[in-house]
Design a protein. Structure first.
Lengths: 449, 449, 449, 449
């Protein structure tokens, strides 16, 4: 059976991930992501109203025109998890393919919300839920799609595996090797090891190279949780305002914040549109068990009403968890720092960033400004209470050891970013140009012909 | 009563700490430290045989000649803990003063060992042990010396407080605000708050500014421990060599390493002269409860014999904890990296640095070389599994809040390093030049005349 | 005669410089500057309409309330040169003092333009021009004010010297030690050496510590000019667009750009409001000899008309010199990068930044975005063709050698930034706290009482 | 005619450059270099006595075993210039090939000296001198070897071009695009443009990617010269010691140092083994015109004698130019800093580093230590008076424009280092995997079959 891989997006950058695998006449697409920074650099761009070709030209969504060179029928579109760089282009591209979108329940829910927000295209692909550990048949030629549970900075993340007569294709984006996550099960390394040893073994492994130049091991979420606990518990006696911010989609982190807020005698409340969206969805789908009275507010008016209530009842009784961890100019925390909300910061108030600045000068500049404005109000910052959601080098070694793939395709980075992964593979006996395929957006790689 | 403070060493650098406080006619000296980097930059220097004046000229030990301007009798020499930058000059300077050395039991033991190693001077000062929480009388004019328990990266650390009729002088070097240390009690913030409120309150606070330019809170040792646990547990299935290194004097960290080694089915063994010295002393004095069969070897021959045994019985059953976390050229780990010991590193072997590189180009160069040599042997590095032993800015705020001192003297940094602390004090209403005294080595500050 | 110095602004930051010297009953104020970054961090702030007290609260202009503690009459307000951080608060503060503003002709002209733009206060102080090398009498007690020629990144810069019976007070902001400037005379080191040796010598030297932590020597403008020549000459054969940007007030650099543009067969044209303002003023006052047909356009309409003409006649015949070297969002170059002007950038077009990013995350973020937008248009960037306008350490040594001051006051930096200068002074035998006076905004330093 | 390229060394690192080109049955080898850092990391290694296989295992010299896969006869070994990373393995590898070494006169002389120092192998290949601008026939099938003059940080550097019936192979290591070098002719861009347009054009261009991630243009040597002039002229009135250091092989820089020393009234003298070697050779071959009485001393005894003479006659009359710009522990400047030579440094003496630290922690650590030791003697450092010898991105654009090659092979960097060059090529219409060949050490690339 011919096996061909189209590396469509995310092979020259982080963002707008998209990869297609052809097994004989059946094609499966993994991820359709958005590179948000390519949108935000322009003023006043509303992606909801834009045409896909314009977004392709901007470098914001994958250029999927190479799909016409792939001779086969798309049988499924498979986003691995609900982050925008993996699902954000579905509303712009999925309608071109006569195929269902197959994903885990939480991811499906986020895809559904995104499609509903789309204003340019009518996306009517079927949405099929499949849980980690389950499989489904693809086409009529003995191809199976399996979801293996992985751990990442969002819940319900999986690595899809396409079982073909030539061996398995493992699509390895995005994960951390976490044996003690705060929510959900640990990464299913047992299953990866089985896949590496059963049948024809692994024909090809497509790897998340986000952290490929970082040595050592990405710590477990449990380490971030203990760090966060240490920080929040140290504030137990403080009788002023405490505010926290983190990635809205990072439900495990939000859960820790909510718990520790209660432990130190404060009522947590989630504020900001994306806070409400992700946590509300997670709670509705029973992924997380929040206190029954946990407030979540997204609309400006209800947020401001909440802030007024907090100011009236006493800041010392609340811990708002808000958007704005990167200092985004329009996010809640930045608005608080500018004095644009009813919540008033005072000397000595504490702001906890349970996040790291994504290292790029735009973010660094915005974050710097947000912290400076917070400081002008007297607030003090606790920074970097975070662990990455992506594998460092030791995780890559462990995956190679488990899967023992014949071929490897580094993804989710530019050439510089993935260079460390090539060296790592070569130290394990692989060789660039032979079985390590360094690709670019828009390339086809023929593995079996 | 006249109160005068002599800022003798460590006010223009990190290292060679020394401060004297005169209360009327009674003088107490806090710390007599060594700046090791000023020694090591020269080839072939043996401090044991050197005269103090030469070491003063080298900038290695405090220039205590200003003591002759201080009209009073030295009643005690009080090292706060056993790190070299606090006790390392005792063997060179203490014999000039007719006064006992007063310290906690572990510190006294380390001072004793140091004096025994001295070859130039005969140091015969009395050694007096006093526990955290205890007090003693100094001189005949109502001055008391109290030890308050603090948490640092070595055990049995205290902050000495000199109670005078004019108020307390709190000597705040070195500490972290740790409420969940792995060994010993948490920092005694309750006592600091009492001292801030009883009698005349705090006349002067001398603060450890090592991390004064770092925002947020230094994490608890428990956070480092969870990080270390995550790293070591992730290696549970590895059947080759694992080696760890950390600060020899950091008994809590060594204890965690020993525990986790056992948890993953390996026998820990401590190797290297200073490993044996600090851990052996800590165990003998009952500060830590190591497994009864824990091996500790310092002499070259016994180390090599141990390595041979490990190679014979199987590297997979052992976890050597060795010296060399900064890549010091002659330390155990660097020797292992150069292939100079019987322990042979293989592809995939793991080296855990439970330490951070002290950020200075000399260390960074040596560490880089050590890691490169380890890499040439196939070993892989896990880095930065550590938390600092010093207060970040939030700890400084908490101390000011607890002590409410009238005067503040920043210490343990150069002018650049302590600049953040001056800003911090001013944000709390103090003012440089009025009640914040930025000093230099060799100055006298008259607080009450 | 009593000599007292008030360190009013710029002693805890770079920006809003202001210092007053009292000699007996006569007071002279040096500089009244604006810290623009404290303004720009807020959205939609129009300083022209703001009250000085609000600007003081924002940290934007000096808090001159300490002036009421200075017993004497202000006889002159003396800005050293025309940069905003030295003259930008004159329109907000000068009217409070019944004293003329004394400055060199170019500086006076810029002060006049600023006062004309002010909309809140009526500033009616006399404006008196005095050239470098000239002197005037201050008050009736034998005090003289002299201007010594210095070299900086703006023309007509001087260091004022106040000759008192107790010795000279030399106000040393801002300068570079340039022996081969492109415009005007070299720095007048001969006169500084004379001042250091005549009469009572130098009582006090107030030094520009901007680069006090940088070793070596700030290169001459001639070095930047040769670098710029090398860059522009290398483009001689290019037949597309070339655009340059630099500091608008840096007339010598603009002059070099204009010359080299002509050398490579292109017509230079200066675009942007501040480009027109500074270069127009410099030409009108005969400080620089531009080609008679050199276009300078500041108003949006005339700029756009010029761009249209360039596009019609051919980009290859022009070299626009525009504002925007820091990536300021509303500056000309950023507008060009966003495609908001009629000038269209094409693949391979060249953009020359004859400037360095001022190292602060806000600037770095904005500059990054500007460069990214330029890159999206195909333009390519030549960066860092620049030399600083401020003394590095070797310049400081040379000034101390020339002036041999009794007292030194570091200025134009925060504590961290000036720390290197304190060390430098101490290496020359001075001592912090004795004759090196590290001050804060709002302090009085009594030198002679 | 079959054209095949073997990328042997320097494709995964900087250092140990080696590339072979097969045109039909004729093979030409370009460069045989040494990666010195792989040697120096080991203690006490003497390369002169080592076998090539051991040096290959150390990663110090190219692994030329792939040459056996290349079916053809080696007709010439062609080092491009005399730096060690291009000629340093000749003494270890050249004797395996029955072919002459063809190079420019200065390079040949350095090769000869190296072969004479070799103690393990007898290298007896013919040494053939060919000047820039000349050509020679290779084999019997219409292949020609031409040398094109380029500018680099050593004299007599060329780019060899192999003219084949299938087009030219241009081997582009190492160069800067200098139109105003201080010695010799500018780079021969006219000839490169001709080669790009004549006959079959350029089949393949192998490019020096050292600076491929740096934007803009590498400045001309003239810019470094003006910077150096500014620095040295500023010291004209100093009456103490001035010492300079630079790359020994950088004859143009040494020439500038010698000239400026004389301009400020000091007698230059070159000290250190490699100083004597390179400058002596350059002078003997008439590449540079030094003053007839310029002293050059390499042996320890004559150096020390010279230092004694300088101390006797007065440091103020001399300017020693010495080795040690990277702080190498055994170089002359480091020995001076340690007080191991008769030259005594005093307070205020000046040390000019006309070099940049090669950015690698080992160098940075050593340089830091050297500067610290110099500072302990009172000396003050002028740093970074240098320009790179390698093309930045704009030079790469210009070369592509001149040569318009069909194929491109990035060299002289690891994958991370060359990544910027791949992006650059793609922005010009090339494509990685199609006509941009990212290779690894030991690969064969078949261009025409």
């Amino acid at each position: 059976m011919e096996i061909e891989i189209a590396t469509i997006g995310g092979y020259e950058e982080v963002g707008r991930q998209m990869t297609a695998v052809r097994a004989g006449s059946d094609v499966v697409i993994f991820d359709m992501g958005l590179n948000l920074s390519q949108v935000l650099i322009h003023d006043n761009v509303e992606t909801e109203r834009m045409h896909s070709l314009d977004l392709i030209d901007m470098g914001a969504i994958p250029d999927d025109r190479v799909m016409s060179d792939l001779e086969g029928d798309v049988q499924a579109i498979v986003p691995t998890h609900g982050h925008l760089d993996h699902i954000g282009a579905i509303s712009k591209l999925a309608h071109r393919y006569n195929a269902p979108i197959v994903a885990t329940p939480f991811t499906i829910e986020l895809v559904k919300q995104q499609i509903e927000g789309e204003q340019k295209f009518g996306v009517e692909n079927d949405l099929i839920k499949m849980e980690a550990g389950e499989s489904m048949t693809i086409g009529d030629h003995g191809v199976e799609l399996e979801f293996v549970n992985v751990t990442h900075s969002i819940i319900d993340a999986i690595n899809p595996v396409l079982h073909t007569p030539e061996g398995a294709i493992v699509y390895g984006l995005d994960k951390r090797m976490d044996h003690s996550p705060v929510l959900e099960d640990p990464i299913d390394m047992k299953r990866f090891r089985e896949i590496g040893r059963e049948g024809e073994g692994v024909l090809c492994y497509i790897e998340d190279c986000t952290n490929a130049n970082k040595k050592g091991r990405t710590p477990s979420e449990r380490v971030a949780r203990e760090h966060l606990r240490d920080v929040l518990y140290s504030m137990e006696d403080y009788d002023g305002g405490i505010v926290a911010t983190t990635f809205s989609s990072h439900i495990a982190r939000v859960k820790s914040l909510v718990e520790f807020a209660e432990d130190i005698g404060r009522q947590p409340v989630l504020l900001g549109r994306s806070m409400e969206k992700y946590s509300g969805t997670a709670e509705r789908l029973d992924f997380v068990d929040f206190p029954s009275d946990l407030g979540m507010f997204g609309h400006r008016k209800s947020v401001d009403r909440t802030f007024k209530r907090i100011m009236n009842e006493g800041k010392e009784d609340y811990l708002p968890v808000v958007t704005g961890h990167q200092g985004e100019p329009r996010a809640m925390l930045t608005r608080m720092a500018r004095g644009e909300t009813p919540y008033e910061l005072d000397d000595g108030d504490k702001v906890v960033f349970s996040a790291r600045v994504i290292p790029e000068p735009t973010n660094e500049g915005q974050r710097y400004q947000a912290e400076k404005l917070l400081g002008m109000q007297g607030a003090r910052v606790y920074d970097d209470i975070h662990v990455s959601g992506h594998l460092n080098q030791e995780g890559h070694y462990a995956m190679l050891d488990a899967l023992q793939p014949q071929h490897i395709i580094p993804a989710h980075q530019d050439l510089k970013g993935l260079s460390g992964y090539v060296n790592l593979c070569e130290s394990e006996g692989y060789r660039m140009g032979r079985d390590v395929h360094v690709s670019r957006n828009g390339n086809l790689i023929q593995l079996v012909d």
